[in-house]
Design a protein around this ligand. Structure first.
Ligand code: HEC
Length: 314
């Protein structure tokens, strides 16, 4: 049976009737983490059903007997498959889908103009779709297999979706870390908890310690202490995802693919953009900033003290 029947014409594989057929594009098989395939290991997989790491492939993957020359043709074919240019990529252009507020567009255009990655210029399109090589923005929609970097939005379980700045979950964790010990409630009506974590507006918040996420306007709380998460400034939220993308494109080299971009993003460790928290991704880590900027509210003067970065415990 031909490989395309299961792995598809583009070699990307698919999930069908509960069976997961893996992506066998060369760029995916030879990914630098885990145990990468080599030509010899692919031959072994196809003839003997043994994975690169030595495990046995499920019987759903047939075992083939082939002549040496057929086998070499197959390997060349798989290599070609991995080198097909992904959508949005040409010799001198990388098309990037951008979803930012209208007021931020010019700043991104001006920044993009200064960028040249291995002879390619960035072409920004403000109507992101699946034909973009990658997508960035504050609240970008995700498309199948298009690497996407958002400011604070997350998309759990989507391998292609990265978040550069603190998410709501990061804010909650950092606020609770600063509050210390005590019973916690998120219910504004409950009056006997030590710590009230506000996720929605509340008329008369009252507890020993009150914590507010950045989406909440904290109004005259009755408390001993109050802390508020501070959102990134709008221009940082708009630009940071694109800057992270450019960093990854630069590290990935001239021969890029969406897969390689995702792998490169996963290798980003404590990236310092200057005006944003340090950003770290990993194979199982998609939110780059683990923590939040937190400001103490001066309850006597009704002012806010300067914010500081609070790492959230992992
Ligand atoms: C009947 C469906 C089917 C056909 C036809 C098929 N495969 Fe597969 N293949 C699979 C499945 C399912 C797996 C995953 C098995 C597992 O995970 O244990 C797989 C796994 C693989 C792997 C290992 C990938 C990895 O990530 O470890 C390689 C390489 C591979 N196939 C290559 C081929 C080639 C080359 C052909 C054609 C000569 C082919 N396959 C034909 C279903 C198929």
């Amino acid at each position: 049976m031909p490989c395309v029947n299961c792995h598809g014409y583009d070699g990307r594989g698919r999930k069908e009737a509960g069976v997961e057929v893996p992506n066998i594009r060369w760029s995916t098989l030879t990914r630098p983490y885990g145990k990468p395939y080599t030509a010899a290991l692919v031959k072994r997989a196809v003839t003997m059903g043994v994975k690169a790491n030595g495990e046995t492939l499920a019987p759903a993957m047939p075992r083939y007997q082939m002549s040496l020359s057929d086998m070499n043709d197959l390997i060349s074919y798989l290599r070609e498959l991995g080198n097909d240019a992904d959508p949005g990529l040409t010799a001198d252009r990388i098309r990037i889908g951008v979803d930012v507020p209208q007021s931020q567009r010019n700043a991104l255009l001006a920044y993009a103009k200064t960028i040249d990655v291995y002879g390619r210029k960035l072409e920004l399109t403000f109507t992101p779709n699946a034909n973009a090589f990658a997508i960035v923005g504050t609240h970008p929609q995700s498309f199948d297999e298009v690497p996407t970097i958002a400011a604070t939005l997350t998309d759990e379980g989507n391998r292609y979706f990265f978040t550069a700045l603190p998410t709501l979950a990061d804010e909650k964790a950092a606020l609770l870390a600063i509050a210390g010990e005590g019973t916690v409630t998120t219910d504004c009506a409950q009056k006997n908890a030590d710590i009230l974590l506000l996720l929605a507006p509340c008329k008369e918040p009252s507890a020993r310690i009150i914590l507010a996420t950045s989406s909440i306007q904290l109004v005259s709380p009755k408390a001993q202490r109050a802390f508020a998460a501070v959102p990134p400034p709008a221009h940082v939220a708009a630009l940071a995802p694109l800057r992270v993308l450019v960093e990854a494109l630069t590290r990935a080299g001239r021969d890029i693919s969406r897969e390689k971009l995702v792998d490169t993003l996963e290798g980003i460790y404590r990236l310092d953009l200057g005006d944003a928290p340090l950003i770290t991704f990993g194979p199982s880590r998609r939110n780059g900033a683990r923590g939040a900027y937190i400001a103490e509210v001066d309850l006597a003067n009704r002012t806010t003290k300067p914010a500081r970065w609070v790492e959230s415990p992992q």
